[in-house]
Design a protein around this ligand. Structure first.
Ligand code: 5AD
Length: 343
């Protein structure tokens, strides 16, 4: 206990400290870790949770990631693309819900040209006072330049795993060094960047997870997402066991201690893994929730993993449910844009 207390009060955690904390399994020790993570969250964010409304506008993908249900080899997915008009109607729904960040996410789909995306950004920015986050995968640097010039604020591009060998095993034809180069470029041209990993991948070690947290710190990410692996049908990992919930919560709490004022979401994957996953994630230090506004029936086909939560609900029904859930754990929704606190 004394040792744990000492580690929890260190200004900077070393890799060995992180490994020690990730392995905690006794209830009283886990409680100490989570309390500390919550304390750090409160220092920077009080009891405010930022909402990001996400529009998953296309599930076409040129990539073939072993874990992902949307991989191009999965012929069982009914693919969809939303039109610009449909995207704008959904953006209005998010704005009308008093949410100040719109996340545009898709598979890596080159059908949408750099001009198409630029037009959507420009139109949203001209109509609504919101921040825009893009999550479109790896695109050309000049495309990032243009989108930034049009006013996009943030870019999410998870490194997925900091273990280079593992990265190459599960991402055919992709390159780890290149991925990191993209993140650095995005940061350089003024995007707030988000990275993060998936926890529970086959052959992934605790050391890999510690490295993921440290890499996020080194890249000075503005946001970091740690998602539990959940198997997806018709993928090479369809029979791999889902992520262990405690390992995920420990990771989130340690990430809060290391990354301090970075935004950390309680992901939809976490809500899928556990009925009260979002609440547990917030109690372990998360400060962001990303409700999906993807219209039905498309949302039923954006199945990155199995049994994804809230796919049949009408997006309008999600907000009251979310409000209640947040209230029940003593936090409230922020109405600011929720920009990065990093310098
Ligand atoms: N389980 C958990 N997260 C996944 N992602 C993709 N597939 C899975 C899965 N099976 C995550 C990746 C990606 C994000 C959009 O979804 O981290 O960056």
């Amino acid at each position: 206990m004394k040792n744990l207390d000492k580690i929890l009060n260190k200004e900077e955690l070393l890799k060995e400290d992180i490994l020690f904390l990730l392995q905690l399994r006794e209830a009283d020790k886990i409680e100490m870790l989570q309390k500390k993570a919550e304390e750090v969250r409160q220092i920077y964010f009080n009891d405010e949770i930022h909402l990001r409304g996400i529009i998953e506008f296309s599930n076409f993908c040129i990539r073939d990631c072993f874990y992902c249900g949307l991989r191009r080899s999965n012929k069982k997915v009914e693919r969809f693309r939303m039109s610009k008009e449909e995207i704008m109607v959904t953006a209005k729904l998010i704005y009308d819900s008093d949410i100040k960040t719109i996340v545009l996410q898709s598979g890596e789909d080159l059908f949408y040209t750099k001009e198409d995306i630029a037009e959507i950004i420009t139109e949203i920015k001209s109509q609504y006072d919101v921040a825009i986050t893009l999550s479109l995968g790896e695109r050309a640097f000049d495309e990032y330049d243009l989108w930034r010039e049009c006013g996009a604020d943030r870019y999410l591009l998870k490194h997925e795993t900091a273990n280079r060998n593992l990265y190459h095993q599960i991402h055919p034809y992709q390159d780890f060094t290149n991925r990191i180069a993209h993140l650095k470029y995005l940061k350089n041209i003024g995007f707030q960047i988000g990275s993060g990993n998936i926890i529970g991948l086959p052959n992934q070690t605790l050391e890999d997870i510690a490295d993921d947290i440290l890499l996020c710190n080194k890249l000075n990410v503005d946001m970091a997402s740690f998602s539990p692996f959940i198997h997806a049908d018709n993928t090479p990992f369809a029979n791999v066991e889902n992520c262990d919930m405690q390992l995920l919560l420990n990771t989130m709490a340690v990430a809060r201690l290391v990354l301090k004022n970075a935004h950390i979401p309680a992901t939809t994957a976490l809500a899928t893994l556990d009925e009260e996953g979002r609440e547990k994630g917030i109690l372990a230090g998360a400060n962001v929730v990303m409700p999906s506004f993807t219209p039905t029936p498309y949302r039923g086909n954006y199945l990155i993993y199995k049994d994804k939560k809230c796919i049949s609900e009408n997006p309008k029904q999600c907000m009251p449910c979310l409000d209640l859930r947040l209230m029940s754990i003593g936090v409230k929704v922020s109405h600011s844009h929720g920009h990065s606190l990093k310098t």
